[in-house]
Design a protein around this ligand. Structure first.
Ligand code: AMP
Length: 299
């Protein structure tokens, strides 16, 4: 089953305590679509400027991602830069240039409208809602979000939550959204806001999955010794999650738990190099090997 991915496509600059890189391929849709492509066909919706490098476009083509929904607008591609602190957990945004994103309104090609599995990658909730209005009876819609939207677009986000099956966010965002300090209480509050499920990511400490009928799952992250660049790990988690659901076409809770594990594994590869450098070379065999190893680490 195909997956529809909408989100940002960016030229990123990233600074870590040990190195600095500019003009990297980034954006929520880039990470999520490449992550999902290891599981099945992907339809991409996003916008780039006329400066978008050909080799970046080729990277999507190499992963067999359908680009009928990739708009090329006059102007510069969305650009973002961020810097990590020594522990690589805390990141601060140094600059954002919306550029062609400023006027972006996602338009789904006719052939994309019936895509059964939909990932609304991290972009403004008003844009995510525009996509919801254009899809026809999807089987499962997942939305990702970030602290910025909770802060500046809360009303849109709350409306979006009533239209999606699942929300993905990290622990601090879950606390921010619910004004709760306890993550279990926060998770339960979020499913009461609309989505059937919520995944609360805890970085190197794994992920919690909550269902509205009291379903609950907790898993650790794959243990990594060296993190080169965690940018995009959350988007890879979301892409791997929806990719696994689409491949199996099974919405049972045990299969959602497996999707959380598959998403976490793809995210772990993402952290091993800057930008998409590691995941663009990834193979399904490597994901399977890491799944086997992970299985032996948990009780
Ligand atoms: P993550 O590390 O999963 O939070 O995702 C990082 C990616 O999000 C980077 O590649 C950025 O280009 C992209 N990004 C940062 N800020 C925004 C924003 N306001 N809207 C959409 N994408 C963003």
């Amino acid at each position: 089953m195909p997956v529809l991915v909408v989100g940002s496509i960016a030229l990123d600059s990233i600074k870590t305590p040990t190195s600095e890189h500019h003009q990297l391929l980034g954006g929520s849709a880039s990470y999520a679509s490449v992550a999902a492509s290891f599981f099945g066909p992907v339809n991409l919706v996003g916008v780039v400027g006329d400066d978008f490098p050909n080799n970046f476009r080729q990277l999507y083509v190499d992963r067999k991602i359908d680009l009928a929904g990739l708009e090329v607008a006059q102007g510069q591609t969305f650009a973002w830069s961020g810097e990590y602190e020594v522990n690589m957990n805390n990141r601060r945004t140094l600059s954002v240039a919306l550029n062609v994103f400023e006027k972006f309104e996602p338009k789904l090609p006719e052939a994309y409208r019936a895509t059964p599995y939909v990932l609304l990658g991290n972009i403004a909730p008003s844009l995510q809602r525009m996509v919801c209005k254009q899809v026809q009876k999807p089987k499962f819609v997942v939305a990702d979000t970030m602290d910025l939207w909770i802060e500046i677009a809360r009303a849109d986000l709350l409306d979006l939550l009533k239209e999606v099956d699942m929300l993905i966010l990290n622990d601090s965002e879950a606390k921010q959204l619910t004004e709760e300090d306890n993550l279990i209480v926060a998770g339960k509050k979020i499913v009461a806001m609309g989505p059937r499920y919520v995944a609360v990511k805890k970085g190197e400490h794994g992920c919690l999955l909550f269902g509205r009928d009291g379903e609950f799952f907790s898993t650790g992250a794959f243990p990594l010794e060296t993190i080169h660049d965690p940018t995009g790990a959350g988007d890879c988690f979301a892409g791997g999650f929806i990719g696994h659901l689409a491949r199996t076409d099974d919405l049972s809770f045990p299969n959602l738990k497996e999707a959380v594990i598959q998403g976490s594994l793809v995210a772990s590869f993402c952290c091993e190099d800057f930008s998409l450098r590691r995941i663009q070379k990834l193979t399904v065999e490597e994901i399977a090997a890491r799944r086997k190893a992970f299985g032996s680490y948990v009780a």
